[in-house]
Structures are given as C-alpha cells and as structure tokens.
Write a protein that binds this ligand. Structure first.
Ligand SMILES: Cc1ncc(COP(=O)(O)O)c(C=O)c1O
Length: 395
C-alpha cells in the first residue's frame, strides 16, 4: 500500500510524554511524577451513579449539545461558582475539555489565521491550531516574571483581523500560575479592543492554594460575546476516564461547535453525562479533600526541590505541578529527564514538552501520593549529588 498518511499528521510533533510515561508504567521501580491526571479514584457517589444509570439501560446516544438536564445543572453551577450568567443554549458538553479546545478552534480558525498561546503552555494547544493550518503566536512566559502573561507582548504580535483567538489557562499547566483579576481585566480590554475571542481553559479551577482565588474571565462585565470558557470533570471530580467537559460561550460559536460535534463524536458519553449530573448535584466535599491533599504535597515538593543544590522552583499557586529550573545542571531538559529516569528511577517531563521556552525546566506532577513524592525526592537528591558536572548559575 502506498503511503497515505496525511502531511497534516506528519507535521504534528512527536510527544515524549507517551514514551517516558510508558517506561514509568512498565518499570515497577520507577516513581512517576509525570501524570497529568489525579491519582485519586472518582468519588464513590459518582461511581455508584454510573453503575445505577447503566443498570437502568442508559446506553444510547445523547443530544449533540449535551443532555438538557445536565446543561441546566451546569448553568446553575456557572452562575453560582464562576459568576458567569448564561443559558443552556450557550453550553456544549464534550468528551473532555480537550475535545472542546479542538471544536472551538475548528469553528474559529481558517488556514493562515492565528491564535495566541503561551509558551510554556498546555501541550494540546499548538498542535490543535496547526493541524487546522492555523498559526500559533507564542508569547513566552519567563521564570523571572513569575511566568506571568504580559498583555503588552500580545499586542505587539497579533495580526489585525487575522488573529481570531487567544487561549489563556488559569490555573496554568505546567507553571501553576493563577491569573489575577487585574491581569484578566487587561486581557478582557485587549480582547474587546482587538476583536479577539478569549478561550479560557479552566480545567484546574478548583485547585488553588494560599488564599489565591480563581476568577473566570467570562464573569467580567461585557465579556459574554468575547469569552469561551472551558471546564472539565477530569480534575475537579477525578473523572478523567469518563471523558467529560463543557464549553460555555457566545451562542453562535456554541451552535457551530454543536454542528461539528455531530461529525466528531455525536455526543459526549451518556453514562458520563448522567454521572456528571450526579456529581454536580451530590456532595462537594470530595473536591476540598483533594485540594487539601494536593496542597500538602505541593508544600513538600517545592520545599524539597528548593533544598536540592541546583534546583530552583517558583511556588505554584494552582493546578498540581511544580516547574523547577534545572538549567544549572548543564543538560537540556529532555536529556535531564532521561538521565533522571535512568539514574534516579524517577519520571518527570521535560519543560520543552510545553514549548521551547520550557527549555531549562522540568515538570513534576504532585498528583502522586505524598509517600511516593518523598521517595522520589530522596532519589533525586542522592542521584544529583553524584553528578560530576560542575554546575553553572541557573539561566
Ligand atoms: C490545561 C489543561 N486543559 C485541558 C486538559 C484536558 O482535560 P480533559 O481531560 O478535560 O480533556 C488538561 C489535561 O491535562 C490540561 O492540563
């Protein structure tokens, strides 16, 4: 058979995540600080709910936009918790927020048009834009600026009438940065002035620490027509395998996404939507329990990393990742991650998985038990001590 693989596919970057995590899973003595999903199992009431609906034979498709009662419950949640005033017609339920990202971009980006993203940033954004022959405009985030997004840098890079959207992610994967109200207001002003739609990825909305508050940009005055907010059940309720998320935004774009949805997955899984409905209506204590445990682990990982000679770690205020600077070891991020895996038997992700400005960093997930994190850090410390390379000042 001749090679029929599309150029589009060939141009997509190979991900090292899969390779590293596979080694970590296959090799039982490796401790993995790689995962991007909660180590917690979904709460018992949610598992019970999924079983209940299966027993009641809910094995059919759902409407492409999502089940009506579920979208109504999401509307209430958005009003109460995110201060986003909306209606069920402005919501689409998707198979995880990853699907919502792609659907939103498919509806907004024609070949040659561009979308602003941050570098480092969540690894799905760039390929999702480029697979559509769109251009990604990368705004570098720097450690010395606390990985904060500066709107002035965006203004210099956009192309009028060709830059259709920008993706923000707060709390941020991989840096753990949480955007302030002031920063969001600046982004909002920029979006309105330049007619750029903000795609606000809030997958980690519930995991913020040290009195930090998560604010949805969609709650700011006058932003209804300029913001598409994405939420996920994967992190909030530890339901990653249920594949459940949703987008709320301008009705015209939600309608377009729903039209496309019919040709991608038809609908998000019915059982997941029903379990998601019960998750929203049920007790919410599980979220705070997980948040508290992540916070305990966060404190441990940041403290221990900063105590190890050669590491420098900005304290993350949200999500469940630490993103330390390892440039003093004189190895590229990928090499350092491979070296740690081989010598310390600890899996981490190279910062370059998240963009070229991730060079000099690694991502350590603390969605792993406290004991394992302690052990992993002991191993890293002991292994790094043996390094013969003379260290330079971190860049
Ligand atoms: C920032 C960010 N957005 C979206 C997702 C995708 O989540 P979902 O499971 O809802 O597709 C992830 C997953 O790690 C993420 O880190």
């Amino acid at each position: 058979m001749r090679n029929i693989i599309s150029e589009r596919e060939k141009e997509l970057p190979e991900s090292t995540i899969g390779k590293l995590l596979r080694i970590a899973v296959e090799n039982k003595d490796v401790i993995s600080l790689g995962p991007g999903e909660p180590d917690f199992v979904s709460p018992k009431n949610i598992i019970r709910s999924a079983k209940k609906w299966l027993d009641k034979s809910y094995t059919h498709y759902s409407p492409p936009g999502g089940r009506q009662e579920f979208r109504e419950a999401i509307t209430k949640k958005l009003r109460k918790e995110n201060k986003i005033k909306t209606k069920p017609e402005n919501i689409i339920v998707t198979s995880g927020s990853t699907e919502a990202i792609l659907l939103a971009l498919m509806c907004m980006v024609d070949p040659g048009e561009s979308v602003v993203i941050t570098d480092p940033g969540f690894l799905a954004y760039k390929p999702s834009i480029e697979v559509l022959n769109g251009k990604s405009i990368c705004i570098p985030l720097h450690e010395k600026e606390g990985f904060r997004l500066d709107v002035e840098k965006i203004k210099k890079k956009i192309v009028p009438k060709k830059t259709n959207a920008m993706i923000i992610n707060t709390p941020c994967n991989p840096t753990g940065t949480v955007m302030t109200k002031r920063e969001l207001e600046e982004i909002a002003d920029f979006a309105v002035e330049n007619e750029v739609l903000v795609i606000s990825d809030e997958a980690y909305e519930k995991f913020v620490y040290d009195n930090t508050r998560h604010i949805s940009i969609g709650s700011l005055n006058g932003m209804e027509d300029y913001v598409m907010t994405l939420h996920s059940f994967s992190k909030t309720y530890a339901m990653a395998g249920f594949r459940l998320g949703y987008a709320v935004g301008p009705e015209k774009i939600i309608k377009a996404m729903t039209k496309l949805h019919i040709f991608s997955t038809i609908s998000a899984p019915t059982i997941s939507q029903l379990a998601g409905l019960d998750a929203l209506r049920g007790p919410q204590g599980c979220i705070e329990k997980m948040r508290k445990e992540y916070d305990r682990r966060r404190k441990l990982i940041v403290k221990r990393l900063n105590e190890i000679d050669g590491f420098r770690c900005v304290e993350p205020k949200g999500a469940f990742y630490a993103f330390p600077n390892i440039s003093s070891f004189g190895m590229k991020s990928l090499l350092f991650a491979e070296w740690l895996l081989k010598n310390a038997k600890v899996a981490v992700l190279p910062g370059t998985e998240f963009g070229r400005f991730g060079e000099g960093f690694i991502r350590c997930s603390y969605a792993t038990s406290y004991d394992k994190i302690e052990k992993a850090l002991d191993r890293i410390e002991n292994t790094v001590k043996k390094l013969k390379i003379r260290r330079k000042k971190p860049s």
